[in-house]
Design a protein around this ligand. Structure first.
Ligand code: MN
Length: 263
């Protein structure tokens, strides 16, 4: 059975995460986190929830204030997770002052070879070229989430094997649609970035990923169920290529998080 994919959702920042998951039947939710300690809390709650894939993150806008304990935790928890995010760089006005700390954290993470075996969701606002070049150099074919950068770097990202997760906001803007048009269909994932995007006047939830699928279907002139199938296949392939190939993971862990598994 194929499912909807919300490849970037802040489940721990949603007011009622259980209700949000229940409102998103047949959806795999990649629950990104802003701090490793939040990942641990979320894991305690959702480790056995078949809808949820937990992602270990340290958000670039938290890099300057997270502290040594969180940074240490990021590296210590890394070997045991399959999904990583939200990580990256933000050189927009929001992140300009913390550039040095962001680079320190991101480069420390990229220096870990095991990162190549993860599905990694990456923030790149105002730092499109910096992020793509660093990921390519580190041979990490990550997922660029809510990419708002220039289309001129897209070929570099694509030839380095990267994917892009598309959200409702990108479908609404001219720049977002230009990015989507430049992407091969087999590199596109869907996301809500809930609760930071809006569905009408309320904050989005993972259930709103259907709107992204519908929007992509219109953009591609395809049937919505074909878009859903393609996006599911894209995440399954990415997962197999990264995490699945290691073959060393305990069977129980791999089965529980593999998007292509039957359960
Ligand atoms: Mn986010």
């Amino acid at each position: 059975m194929t499912r909807f994919i919300d490849a970037h959702c802040h489940l721990d920042l949603i007011e009622d995460p259980i209700a949000a998951l229940d409102a998103a039947p047949d959806t795999i939710v990649v629950a990104v986190t802003e701090l490793p300690s939040r990942y641990r809390l979320l894991a305690a709650r959702f480790r056995n929830d078949r809808r949820v894939r937990l992602a270990l993150g340290l958000h670039p806008l938290r890099a300057a204030t997270a502290g040594a304990i969180e940074e240490g935790l990021l590296l210590r928890l890394l070997p045991d997770c399959d999904y990583v995010g939200e990580v990256g760089l933000d050189f927009s006005p929001h992140g300009r002052d913390s550039k040095a700390a962001q680079l320190r954290v991101f480069e420390r993470l990229l220096a870990e070879p095991v990162l190549q075996q993860k599905v990694v969701s990456v923030h790149s606002r105002g730092a499109d070229r910096d992020v793509i070049r660093r990921l390519a150099d580190a041979r990490v074919p990550a997922v660029l989430h809510w990419y708002t950068g220039s289309t001129r770097w897209l070929d570099d990202a694509l030839s380095a094997g990267m994917y892009f997760s598309v959200n409702p906001s990108m479908l609404r803007t001219e720049r977002g649609r230009a990015t989507i048009s430049a992407l091969p269909h087999d590199r596109v994932l869907t996301e809500t970035d809930a609760p930071f995007t809006k569905a009408g006047s309320r904050p989005a939830g993972p259930g709103d990923v259907r709107r992204v699928v519908d929007g992509l279907a219109r953009h591609w002139d395809a049937a919505a169920h074909d878009v859903r199938d393609a996006v599911h296949a894209n995440l399954a392939r990415l997962f197999e290529e990264r995490v699945g190939r290691t073959g060393e993971a305990p069977a129980t862990r791999t089965r529980a998080i593999n998007p292509s598994s039957a359960d």
